[in-house]
Write a protein that binds this ligand. Structure first.
Ligand SMILES: [Zn+2]
Length: 168
């Protein structure tokens, strides 16, 4: 009699474990393994239904459509790489395109130099590496201009020239 009772308890526990396992599988595709296991263990098929009605917890894998935790890098159902880094790259791209591109070439007696960005040209001017006789051109433009015209250094001379021109 007593042995039969223990056997019944073991059988119920065994069934509850299997039921919990099935609940965990159902919950797994909604990011709810633990809840699914608990509901399945204690409530059996009713727990499976409850698990199926639970709201999803996480994001969906694009490969197997299983739900994985929001920060997961690899899908735990199919092993697909979820690569949150890919998204980060896309976000970073616009900032790199707004960076000034080096497009200016400077003509020196001993050959052309460049390409430089406008900022680099200005820095060279301030460092005394360029003088007002140097000419430069933008990439794809064969029109050479005086360096002073491109970087527009704050010199008092051109202003006075302009003033005289206006008077005449
Ligand atoms: Zn997957």
């Amino acid at each position: 009699m007593e042995g039969e009772f223990i056997l019944k308890i073991v059988a119920v526990f065994f069934i509850a474990c299997i039921s919990g396992g099935i609940g965990s599988l159902i919950g797994g595709y909604r990011g709810r393994e633990n809840a699914g296991m608990g509901f399945g263990f204690f409530l059996g098929p009713i727990g499976w239904i409850i698990t199926g009605l639970l709201p999803e917890d996480g994001k969906r894998c694009p490969e197997c459509l299983g739900v994985v935790p929001p920060k997961a890098r690899r899908c735990r159902h199919c092993g697909e790489l979820l690569q949150p880094a890919k998204r980060a790259e896309v976000i970073e791209q616009p900032s790199s395109t707004t960076e000034p591109q080096p497009t200016w070439f400077v003509a020196h007696v001993d050959g052309d130099e460049g390409p430089f960005t406008l900022e680099q040209l200005k820095a060279q001017w301030h460092a005394g590496k360029l003088n007002s006789d140097d000419v430069c051109a933008e990439k794809g433009d064969s029109d050479w201009k005086p360096v002073t015209e491109v970087i527009k250094p704050p010199v008092s001379k051109p202003a006075s020239v302009r003033a005289i021109g206006r008077d005449a």
